[in-house]
Design a protein around this ligand. Structure first.
Ligand SMILES: [Zn+2]
Length: 1010
């Protein structure tokens, strides 16, 4: 058979767009019945008649799936046999957990891969239940976020449910949004006519602020431990994405294979369906590195965001062949079609052709945004998990690390000016002006203005765009950069440390299996289980009591190999059956049956949760940085000026001085008015009124020129009319907020409090995985005069310094307490540090799911110990003993003050994050005890001198540690006049370097004193 033409495939996808989107909507709603109080109470131990799969029957009048979706039914392709469709759309809700042929089977495949995979514990359900007093929604790292019944979210109220049903009805009755489709045959849906309308439809249904998204995010599909960590949204959305992609593949089926129609109505694809991942990436870092002004970067970000938005529209709605599964500032990953049956090992011709077509489309979208570097477009092999996503992500990042990684014409270099200097921003296009080297080309200039426009229209949430407004009393700012080390969670590696249940607990709650004593020894649980599985590998006994209790699917298989494929190969980056010996196979099976799975819903939740953490911080930072004793800190004024010779170009920025302090003004279009764009708290005292400015003379000059003007303020008012939304602002500029990195500009004087807050929130939320999910915090302080380009480069150098491998720390003491374990640990630098790890669940039971650490010990010693098939042993924190060594990815902090661009490479070494808090305490103590600012200055310089004098050429201290301690003690006692406990504390701090850090940071960077 000849390969189908790519155009025909595209045409088919577009033609059936309404059907594909209707199927996606069914995916969103197939578990909607769980968003209800009755469901949670039933799960929590209350006998109830409520059946969440038949919620539609219990509505009065019954919820009319088929009436609402009549339009979709009428558009169904005639080549898909009637019998391949369920009799009623209600079956998608009623039977989503089953195993049927046809379309229903595709939803079952998607549902099974996303959420069904973890529920196959027939004998263990009961003890993993959460009961009514304690139905908790937890973070994916074990932090209990909300008790859903004690503190119910809106969706669990009677009214909330009613709103949800109304909203589902509204979304499904899409024909009201479009022309009545019953008048159109399936064949004559004009794809160009209505796809924008579908875009709006989808956005209103599940967009960022939609009711459905918020409702589903606030409750659970699965209340059992420890699967209460993935919300109803995560599971429904990802299942819908995979279902839609699978249906798209089925719709192409007849074009690709004439025998498909027949097999589709009979064949069950639940366990064979696989999906492709489409990855699109840009070299975002290159754009950032070349930005001269912050507006070059924010304007470019706007173009990059627009590009990704357009790509999403193409994949999700125009072709309707998949949905977004991951996104950061440089990479987006989508589900994309798939293979329903076992695929051939080679990439099929049609998929290569389709990839070529879509790459062209995506390149056009990049050109429409005038992007100077080509996008990367890649497709994974077919997969049943999101685990390969990180591999695709890496491949994409690697490709775009070379700016022009494939042939690329620079958009607009043809139509734009052909002479002049090369543009200083893009360094590619001529700027059209032979007299001005500094002038950007028209494209870069337009981008520069883009952010300004958005800000003027009040679109930026009261955030500012002006450095001068962020600058603190001393005219200084800080670039804060925060990141969580997420990669190991997205690729599943670090998920190896989490348990779905502990083996000894499982034995305890299942003492009898099929009436016989459970053969697994609780005291040597891991080894006993692996031995047991190893002995069963000779023959496949589907009624084996142990395996059929641990995995529902075991009794449906007839040999080991397919079981191994589903339990191990599909769900981990594991070697295949043929490459392993029996011991290794047994180890893999034992591991996979008890580990937490990086299932697609959970992987999706990991990055979303990281992004939410940064969003929450941004909300708190916005309040922190706006705190001031002077209300002028966050306000703007409009000044009317009389000025001779001033050009009054619209939106021209003027710098000025008044009362000896800097002031900046933006000329508002078509007026004599100027809006202030700098920190007014530097000019006006709190008790002063704005009229203090009236009649005053201000010296002004333009941003890029030497000409000076003298102006008189004739009138002052609060911003009004078109500019009313600009009256008050938050002195913060978010630069990037993605799952991988959060960067923002804040006033330097508020930066330390922001870091304090981030550290304490991280300690609270991530305490169960402190060793595996480190927070990395960097602060670059700088005066307003340092160029943005230099600051960004400094920040990058600092981020690089903050990376860092794992370390081995030794347990020096363990204090088991009620509810937590306190550990005294020796770091690689020899110093001691403490960690407190919670070990109880909110309902009072022991947490045997999250707090495991990777130990250096190769031996399994305690009942809860377990070993990864490749050798790493994990131990519950409560089982740690003196002398155990554990693998730690340390959380780190680094502060750095740049007086000028030249210092951007002088990044100091990072410190452990716990030292940040120590440093802040030491500073608080110094402020209490130091007799004067002069004494602090003297201490600082004397200590620096001592350190220099006493160091050998390699920079290490040449003195014995006793002598060094005695000398420091004498110096501190003399200069600060302290004795006793305070003196001892300061000497300790000096020995570990935190005293020096406290003085450097607070005195240089913050200009603080005692
Ligand atoms: Zn340019």
């Amino acid at each position: 058979m000849s390969a189908p033409r790519i155009e025909d495939l595209i045409k088919a996808l577009r033609q059936y767009r309404p059907v594909l989107l209707a199927m996606e909507a069914i995916g969103w709603f197939h578990m909607a019945g769980k968003a209800r109080l009755e469901f949670l109470r039933g799960q929590g131990g209350e006998k109830s008649d409520y059946n969440e799969r038949e919620w539609h029957k219990q509505e009065t009048p019954p919820f009319a799936w088929d009436d609402l979706l009549k339009w979709a039914n009428s558009l169904f392709p005639s080549h898909l046999p009637q019998t391949a469709r369920p009799k009623s759309f209600a079956e998608f809700t009623e039977k989503h957990h089953g195993n049927d042929p046809g379309l229903l089977g595709l939803l079952q495949a998607a549902h099974g891969v996303v959420s069904g995979a973890e529920k196959n514990l027939p004998g263990s359900g009961n003890y993993l239940k959460q009961l009514i007093p304690h139905i908790w929604l937890s973070s994916p790292w074990g932090y209990p976020k909300r008790n859903l019944l004690a503190d119910p979210p809106e969706i669990l109220s009677h009214q909330g449910w009613k709103c949800l049903v109304d909203e589902i009805r509204r979304v499904l009755s899409a024909e009201k949004v479009f022309k009545d489709p019953s008048t159109r045959g399936a064949g004559d849906v004009d794809p160009s006519l209505d796809w924008r309308a579908w875009l709006d439809w989808r956005e209103s249904a599940i967009g960022k602020d939609s009711f459905i998204r918020r409702a589903f995010l606030s409750t659970l599909a699965e209340t059992r431990l420890p699967n209460n960590d993935v919300t109803l949204w995560d599971q429904s959305y990802v299942a819908a994405a995979l279902f839609k992609s699978a249906v798209a593949r089925a719709l192409l089926g007849a074009l690709l294979d004439p025998s498909f129609e027949k097999s589709f109505e009979k064949k069950r694809f639940k366990s064979t369906t696989q999906w492709y991942l489409l990855t699109v990436a840009l070299g975002t870092d290159h754009y950032e590195a070349r930005a001269i002004k912050i507006s070059d970067w924010t304007g470019m970000q706007g173009a990059i965001e627009e590009f990704f938005r357009r790509v999403s529209e193409l994949v999700e709605v125009n072709l309707a062949a998949g949905s977004l599964l991951y996104k950061d500032s440089a990479v987006a990953v989508f589900s994309f079609l798939g293979e329903l049956d076992q695929p051939s090992p080679d990439t099929p011709e049609w998929i290569t052709g389709l990839l070529g077509w879509i790459t062209d489309q995506i390149e056009n979208l990049a050109k429409a945004q005038k992007l100077e570097y080509p996008p990367f477009v890649g497709l994974s092999g077919p997969t049943r998990s999101l685990v390969p996503m990180v591999r695709e992500w890496r491949r994409a990042k690697e490709a775009v690390s070379i700016p022009i990684h494939r042939p690329w014409d620079i958009p607009e270099s043809e139509s734009g000016p052909s002479q002049g200097h090369v543009c200083p921003v893009c360094r590619l296009r001529p700027n059209g002006d032979p007299t001005d080297k500094g002038k950007p080309c028209p494209v870069c200039l337009q981008r520069r203005h883009r952010r300004l426009d958005e800000w003027l229209r009040g679109y930026l949430d009261n955030n500012t765009i002006w450095f001068e407004e962020v600058a603190d009393q001393n005219g200084r700012l800080a670039l804060l950069t925060l990141s969580l080390d997420l990669e190991g969670w997205l690729n599943g590696e670090r998920v190896d440390s989490l348990r779905t249940q502990a083996i000894p607990e499982w034995v305890r709650f299942n003492p009898l299996l099929d009436g016989q004593p459970n053969p697994i020894d609780r005291q040597k649980a891991y080894e006993s289980l692996t031995d047991y599985i190893g002995k069963q590998l000779n023959a496949y006994n589907r009624s084996d009591p142990v395996l059929s209790n641990l995995q529902e699917g075991f009794k449906y298989e007839s040999s080991w190999e397919p079981f191994f494929k589903k339990i191990v190969e599909d769900r981990a980056q594991a070697p295949s059956w043929d490459d392993l010996n029996d011991d290794q196979r047994a180890a893999w099976i034992a591991h996979q049956l008890f580990r937490k799975l990086p299932s697609p819903g959970r992987v999706y939740r990991f990055w979303r949760e990281a992004e939410d953490f940064f969003h929450e911080l941004l909300g708190k930072f916005r309040q922190l940085v706006a705190r001031s004793s002077n209300p002028w800190r966050v306000q703007r004024l409009v000044l009317e000026l009389e000025a001779n010779g001033i050009s009054r170009t619209d939106l021209e920025l003027y710098n000025g001085r008044w009362r000896g302090k800097p002031l900046s003004l933006l000329h508002l279009p078509n007026s004599k008015s100027f809006l202030t764009t700098s920190n007014l708290a530097r000019l006006l005292r709190p008790e002063e009124a704005e009229k203090a400015l009236v009649g005053q003379r201000i010296e002004l000059w333009m941003d890029d020129s030497q000409a000076r003007f003298s102006a008189t303020v004739v009138a002052v008012r609060r911003p009004d009319r078109d500019y009313a939304r600009l009256g008050v602002y938050h002195p913060v500029i978010p630069l990037e907020l993605s799952p991988l990195r959060f960067r923002l500009l804040v006033p330097l004087e508020a930066a330390s409090e922001c870091v304090d807050l981030a550290v304490s929130l991280w300690q609270e939320r991530f305490s169960r995985v402190w060793d595996r999910l480190p927070l990395r915090v960097g602060v670059v302080g700088f005066p307003r005069s340092v160029a943005f380009q230099g600051v960004i480069e400094g920040a990058r150098n600092l981020e690089e310094a903050l990376q860092g491998g794992e370390e081995s720390w030794t347990v020096k003491d363990v204090f088991p307490e009620k509810g937590f374990v306190a550990l005294l640990l020796q770091r690689e630098d020899g110093r001691l540090t403490q960690r407190v790890v919670p070990t109880l669940l909110p309902d009072g039971r022991e947490d045997v799911f999250y707090p495991y650490v990777a130990v250096e010990d190769p031996k399994v010693r305690h009942p809860r110990d377990f070993r990864h098939p490749e050798g790493q042993v994990y131990r519950h924190v409560a089982d740690l003993r003196l002398g155990d060594s554990i693998r730690v990815a340390p959380a780190r902090a680094l502060t750095f003050f740049m007086e000028s661009t030249a210092e951007r490479f002088e990044v100091p070494s990072p410190r452990y994050l716990e030292e940040w808090s120590r440093m802040r305490e030491v500073w608080a103590l110094l402020q209490r005890v130091a007799p004067s600012q002069a004494a602090l200055q003297r201490l600082r310089s004397e200590m620096a001198r001592l350190e220099a004098d006493w160091s050998n050429p390699e920079g290490r201290l040449a003195a014995s540690s006793e002598l060094w301690r005695a000398t420091l003690k004498a110096l501190i006692a003399e200069v600060l006049e302290v004795r006793g406990g305070f003196l001892e504390a300061l000497v300790e701090a000096a020995l570990e370097g935190t005293l020096q850090w406290a003085m450097d940071w607070h005195m240089t960077a913050l200009k603080e004193g005692a």
